[in-house]
Design a binder for this molecule. Structure first.
Ligand SMILES: Nc1ncnc2c1ncn2[C@@H]1O[C@H](COP(=O)(O)OP(=O)(O)OP(=O)(O)O)[C@@H](O)[C@H]1O
Ligand SMILES: [Mg+2]
Length: 612
């Protein structure tokens, strides 16, 4: 998020019109409602503006009243009218809100969904470096900001300006230009002051949000690492780190509130001064007999009535500035370019046989460090190819590239002759099933996590997947069986159980191309053997890429590729590679020695699990 210049970034201190105009689509969805709400608002304002006028007539009537009869009848009608007008001003305002609420809430929903979908479109790289805590805060504040902005742009700024204009005309006609200009002058000073102070304050708002994100990010990260915190007894350290974030936030918030005090006091001073001047003017005119008492009451009523929304306008202006700052971050997210994208009009991948080819693939995550340096390998349709090599050699990277989490920098990867970049990601990912090295589960039931492989699977199909992944024994021992909830990221089940759940859901997905990245590394050798046998059955006539450290699990592969520092240094069958007496041979010897020392693994190197 940070450091990314989006076109939505306005220079500090300028209202960002681009953001305001980009809200129009949200409004135009409900044009009917919008116009109805505007109409209601017009009625409310009209009623509001006529209230002081009615008041003037009432007062004037009393002043000039001669006979008792007039005193009773005429004012009664006026008084009732006065009451009705007051009530309708409020009523129409409420009706307007009732009509508009749908529009604002829908806009929030739309924006939140849009951002959510966009986040899922962004590449893995973005998600690996995102800060979940801060991100969720940005979304929350941004969507609230949109709703606020819509409501207040439409129903506050515009109508208040309208009201000011109406009142100005009434004052001009009823009591002369002096009053009108005084009102305008006061408003001008008021607005100028509010804008000036608000602009100055905006930096505190931004600062406070930034600090809020930071402390939230820290809190979430710390809680996700609960176990690590305990292992190292670092609760105190974590609390202090969190508190540092909070302290910065506290200071930023305090500056925010203090500057608000300044703004509010200044505004109150301007209003009080303006009302005093107007009242002195009116009082002199009444004394001179050029104005009635009713006029004085009316002027006072208008002033108060005008400055209430105007005062509100100050609040609204600063809230709008704040909302804009929040929406800016939200839209900044939406503007983040999607690096891995479908070509316009890209066709779906057509899997005929399922042959996979890596052709001279170069890849780097960051410019400074090259990970794959010209890897070429082929997995003929229906064959099983294994990739082995030291930790960090780039094995998992191969599977990420095949799944198109990233695009290759040079060379190409094809499935049945079609370049991955020229087909839709959807169709590609439907064709490939991955059991990743580190499985992460949803904090839902085991059944949910397995069915995730194919949400429309029948209970029978799920049971079959459970059986193939050798999960039935484990599940039958759970009091809640398949309905057991696995905890956040799947932390409540063991590593091996998690791997088997991942295998089960991949089996349920049932794709033509399979990738196993250390898929059985957390299993004891007994379970591993059983599962490998099941997987070998499934893998028959499917194209399979297996990544493994334990060479005994891949010795039956049609081809074994040895990867070192992002290069293929050897390949061949198990027997061929042993005969070469190269790296593979050395690795094999090494594991073999270890295996003889470890009775648990003793028999596995000698016995191929499923000779092909
Ligand atoms: N998102 C990333 N950003 C930057 N570097 C990365 C990223 N993911 C992996 N790497 C680096 O790329 C190199 C290859 O990673 P990869 O995960 O492919 O290794 P591997 O061969 O699967 O290793 P292991 O056997 O330990 O799983 C590693 O040195 C790793 O630090
Ligand atoms: Mg790996």
């Amino acid at each position: 998020m940070r450091g990314h210049a989006s076109p939505f970034d306005a220079p500090e201190g300028a209202i960002n019109w681009r953001i305001i105009s980009s809200l129009w689509p949200y409004l135009s969805e409900f044009r009917g409602r919008l116009f109805l709400a505007m109409g209601l608002m017009g009625l409310a304002k009209l009623a509001n503006v006529t209230v002081p006028l009615t008041l003037k007539f009432i007062v004037d009537h009393f002043e000039g009243a001669g006979t008792r009869e007039v005193l009773i009848t005429v004012p009664l009608a006026l008084l009732v009218a006065y009451g009705l007008l007051r009530f309708s001003a409020t009523l129409f305002g409420e009706l307007r809100d009732a009509v508009f609420v749908r529009v604002a809430e829908r806009a929030m929903r739309r924006a939140a969904l849009q951002v959510f979908e966009h986040l899922h479109r962004l590449e893995l790289g973005f998600h690996l470096s995102r800060q979940t805590g801060g991100l969720s805060r940005d979304i929350e504040r941004g969507t609230t900001g949109i709703s606020f902005l819509l409501r207040f742009m439409v129903f506050n700024i515009l109508p208040t300006l309208m009201e000011i204009l109406l009142v100005a005309v009434i004052l001009l006609v009823a009591v002369g230009p002096v009053f009108m200009f005084t009102v305008f002058g006061a408003i001008a000073v008021y607005v100028a002051f509010s804008v000036w102070i608000t602009e100055w304050r905006t930096r505190f708002v931004r600062e406070a949000n930034l600090r809020d994100n930071e402390s939230n990010t820290r809190a979430i990260d710390s809680l996700l690492n609960y176990e690590t915190v305990k292992y190292f007894g670092n609760e105190r350290f974590e609390a202090e780190r969190f508190d540092q974030g909070l302290a910065a936030w506290e200071t930023a918030r305090m500056k925010n509130v203090l500057s608000l005090v300044l703004l509010n006091s200044g505004q109150a001073l301007i209003i009080a001064a303006a009302i005093t001047v107007m009242m002195i003017l009116a009082a002199t005119q009444v004394a001179a007999g050029t104005m009635t008492v009713g006029d004085l009451v009316m002027v006072n009523a208008y002033m108060i009535q005008l400055f209430i929304p105007l005062n509100f306008l100050g609040f609204v202006y600063r809230e709008i500035r704040q909302s804009l700052a929040n929406i800016e971050r939200l839209f900044g997210l939406l503007e983040k370019p999607v690096k891995v994208q479908d070509l316009p009009g890209a066709p779906d991948l057509k899997v005929t046989a399922g042959a996979v080819r890596f052709e001279d693939v170069h890849f780097r995550y960051h410019r400074e460090r090259s990970i794959l340096q010209g890897v070429s390998l082929e997995i003929p349709a229906g064959h099983k190819v294994a990739v082995v090599g030291a930790s960090g050699a780039g094995k998992s990277t191969l599977s990420r590239l095949l799944f198109r989490f990233y695009d290759v920098d040079q060379g190409r990867i094809t499935v049945d002759g079609q370049d991955l970049r020229e087909v839709t990601q959807d169709s590609l990912r439907r064709a490939i099933g991955v059991v990743p090295q580190d499985t992460v589960l949803f904090n839902e039931s085991i059944a949910y996590n397995i069915a995730y492989g194919r949400p429309d699977a029948t209970p029978d199909e799920i049971r079959e997947a459970v059986r193939l992944a050798h999960l039935d024994d484990f599940i039958s021992r759970l009091p809640q069986g398949l309905e057991t909830v696995v905890g956040e990221r799947g932390l409540k089940v063991s590593g091996g159980e998690k791997q088997r759940i991942a295998i089960a859901r991949m089996l349920l997905k049932d794709p033509p191309i399979l990738v196993f990245d250390e898929a059985t590394s957390s299993l004891d050798s007994g379970s591993e053997k059983a599962i490998l046998a099941a997987l070998n059955e499934v893998a028959v006539r499917r194209t399979t890429l297996v990544i493994a450290h334990r060479l005994s699990t891949v010795m039956d592969a049609d081809n074994i590729v040895v990867l070192e520092h992002g290069r293929v240094i050897e390949q061949g069958t198990h027997t061929q590679l042993l005969a070469r007496e190269g790296t593979y041979h050395r690795l094999w010897q090494h594991q073999h020695e270890r295996a003889s020392a470890d009775p648990e693994m003793a028999e596995s190197p000698q016995q191929p699990i499923s000779p092909s």
